[in-house]
Design a protein around this ligand. Structure first.
Ligand code: GLC
Length: 691
């Protein structure tokens, strides 16, 4: 498609129509059809509410979408197809684990395969654009949207983001069954103060570049088609009106060639943020910042014509924005194939993939005396508020999930054993605990993330009865459970893991699957410790209690609580044991490029997967660097008794950082490299980098 030619033949009104996205309100389909005919719609978001994550969505199908598309293609003067978008975040009809859970798999290949299945189901309903991956870094479990993120580590977020984009877009998202992806929310939204959604964020340039921007830079390199701007301000500047962030950094410095869509009514919300007096001001500020498409508040449609007329916005800039949007429509194949022709999407294969993904995401936190896995002859008593839950365990942002198809915890367990009805007959109590999906996701944050009192009381009751108890944690977010942890003999963090949650839990509990999930976010002891994360910069008085369990010292992080987490970033147990030895430098190319390695051996009684992690600390630098940062991970399958040497490349990208002049560079000096099975690992080697 010769887009420049196409644009040269369009009127200003037609051009501005392409910058406008409307919400699909089924009750107003006639109005929508007329607006399409008028050429004032470039995109339709197949959602009717600002809170698509937890509200009942409008139902859609590809015939409805094709009917609207036919109007755009055949009854408008520009004949430009509409881009249909919808929040396909972690599943469509078949629901996969929430993104935070999938990140716990540390298995990018499996995540990619999952999103390939998700893309086909969504495509077959007429969707061609999704608003995922969400790449906000979050260090605050009070923030309900942490469940949509990849957690607290930028390297993990980079790998997860790449996998999701590849899963949705493939090598060519003009293909049937593929969707255009959207990296969101650019940028810093996860730093919402107090975990309160939509709240202000205070982020220095140093932290912005070395932490919050990293996953977006990678997403651009991975070819993501679109980016969504975030609701938040950064230190007094709303992202939606920040030319520095949207144009200077994202488009010019990162080289992003797709288009930027605002978040829902974020353009109009500049008034709430006190930087715009009128809607027209909002339109001028957002457009000149580089927001190419306006999500559902109709401000571009209403005011851009007069802003161009008044010379506040140049028609050249309008043409550039239209070019970006038409370029992506062309990459999505809309000009050649504007209508959805469903592809085969094998439902049983998708269900199996959802089950595999769920099992790979669950994290075994505790397994005293190896009471797990259970044998099928074991007498189990099942209790807890989540045992029959079919909706919450799908998680937030499941617009099209079918709760009736969910395999509940109880149904999963019953595939192996029939629970006894009298707890006194039971060898083991399985407690299905967790939270409702409605206290997670957008606009749902909590001031306290401690385990609900009544659930802790339930665990305490069985402990006092002398029953061995397995806790199944169906929480979407990380929770604080210091007070309750001792009541459990085993704890499986099962998240909100989607349609196959019950089967995945049962397969792990009864040993068909050896768990291999690891924490993508720290589990604090208490809410009061938040924000608590592994990759912090060291305190002046060396009170770095995240790593130094309580020792006799004069000063502590808190007088009333250990400063260490209950479970650290990267932690996860297996039914088998892995031992590490022989950390060493394998290669050193001119003191600039290194390969380090460590031997890992399966010394336990089961075959299993181990997540070998590589962390780096820049010991002395011109700016304070984190005490350690994840710079590599490999999930390796080892049979009983098997051992392998795992290696990691460390060079410019891994050792460098943005310095106080915003320049990315590696500084001469020593680096300490830690390798092992979680962020507490101590197997180290020293590198000496010399330019
Ligand atoms: C919401 C969310 C965003 C979502 C969009 C469309 O407000 O912030 O993540 O993609 O609007 O539903």
């Amino acid at each position: 498609m010769n887009i420049k030619n196409l644009i040269s033949g369009m009127t200003l009104k037609e051009k501005i129509g392409q910058l406008n996205q409307i919400a699909y309100i089924p009750q107003n389909i006639d109005g929508i059809e007329d607006r399409i005919r008028s050429g004032s719609i470039g995109s339709i978001i197949l959602s009717q509410t600002a809170f698509a994550g937890n509200d009942s969505p409008c139902s859609i199908d590809y015939e409805k979408a094709n009917r609207l598309q036919r109007i755009a293609v055949e009854e408008t003067s520009s004949h430009i197809p509409i881009l249909f978008g919808r929040d396909v975040i972690h599943g469509h009809k078949t629901v996969f684990p929430v993104p935070l859970a999938m990140s716990a798999s540390f298995n990018p290949e499996l995540i990619k395969e999952s999103y390939e299945c998700i893309a086909k189901e969504a495509y077959n309903d007429g969707i061609k654009w999704t608003f995922a991956p969400m790449l906000d870094m979050s260090r605050d479990a009070r923030w309900g949207r942490i469940i949509e993120s990849a957690g607290e580590d930028p390297y993990l977020a980079q790998k997860v983001g790449e996998a999701v984009i590849k899963g949705f877009q493939g090598d060519d998202y003009s293909d049937a069954g593929r969707l255009c992806a959207c990296a969101k929310h650019f940028v810093g939204y996860g730093a919402s103060e107090g975990g309160r959604d939509y709240n202000r964020t205070e982020i220095s340039e140093y932290t912005l570049r070395n932490f919050y921007l990293k996953a977006f830079k990678t997403a651009v390199s991975a070819g993501v088609g679109t980016v969504m701007s975030a609701f938040n301000e950064i230190s007094g500047q709303p992202v939606t009106s920040s030319r520095y962030l949207i144009t200077d950094i994202l488009k010019n410095e990162f080289g992003f060639d797709g288009f930027v869509v605002s978040d829902w009514e974020a353009v109009k919300q500049l008034i709430n943020q006190g930087v715009a007096e009128t809607e027209k001001d909002c339109g001028e500020q957002a457009f000149n910042a580089g927001i190419d498409m306006d999500m559902v508040d109709d401000i571009y449609n209403k005011y851009l014509p007069e802003l161009v007329e008044a010379g506040k916005i140049s028609e050249k800039a309008i043409d550039e924005a239209v070019y970006r949007i038409l370029y992506i429509k062309d990459k999505a194949g809309l000009f050649d194939k504007p209508y959805t022709v469903p592809v085969s999407a094998d439902k049983s294969y998708t269900a199996e993939k959802a089950k595999e993904m769920a099992a790979e995401s669950m994290v075994l936190l505790k397994n005293n005396n190896n009471i797990l896995p259970l044998s099928a002859s074991c007498k189990v008593y099942l209790d807890g508020p989540m045992q029959n839950d079919a909706r919450s365990i799908l998680g937030s942002w499941t617009l099209d999930g079918i709760a009736e198809e969910t395999v509940t915890v109880s149904q999963g367990i019953k595939r192996y054993v029939m629970p006894v009805s009298d707890v006194s007959d039971a060898d083991i109590v399985i407690l299905a605990l967790g939270e409702s999906h409605t206290v997670t996701g957008e606009a749902h944050s909590l001031s306290m993330v401690d385990m609900p009192k009544e659930q802790a009381e339930l665990a305490k009751k069985y402990k006092e009865m002398g029953k061995k108890t397995v806790g199944i944690m169906n929480f979407g977010r990380p929770i604080a459970m210091e007070d309750a942890e001792g009541y459990f003999d085993a704890i499986l963090y099962a998240w909100h893991s989607g349609s196959q949650t019950g089967n995945a839990i049962a397969d792990i509990i009864f040993g068909k699957v050896n768990p291999s999930g690891h924490l993508p976010a720290t589990l604090p002891r208490r809410t009061g410790q938040i924000p608590l994360y592994y990759n912090f910069t060291k305190g002046s008085r060396e009170v770095n209690e995240y790593y130094d369990h309580r020792q006799d010292r004069e000063i502590y992080n808190y007088d009333d609580c250990e400063g260490s987490p209950l479970y650290p970033f990267g932690y996860g147990q297996s039914y088998t044991k892995f031992e590490y030895s022989n950390p060493k430098i394998l290669e050193n190319k001119e003191n600039k490029e290194f390969v380090v390695g460590i031997t890992v051996k399966n010394t336990g009684a089961y075959d299993g997967k181990e997540l070998v992690q590589c962390y780096v600390c820049d010991d002395i630098a011109s700016m304070m660097r984190p005490i350690r940062e994840l710079k590599g991970f490999q999930k390796v399958f080892l049979k009983k008794g098997e051992e392998k040497e795992i290696s990691f490349k460390l060079g410019y990208e891994e050792l460098g950082f943005y310095n106080k002049d915003n320049k990315f560079a590696v500084e001469d000096g020593t680096f300490t490299v830690f390798m092992g099975g979680d962020s507490f690992c101590q197997n180290e080697v020293k590198l000496i980098y010399k330019k």
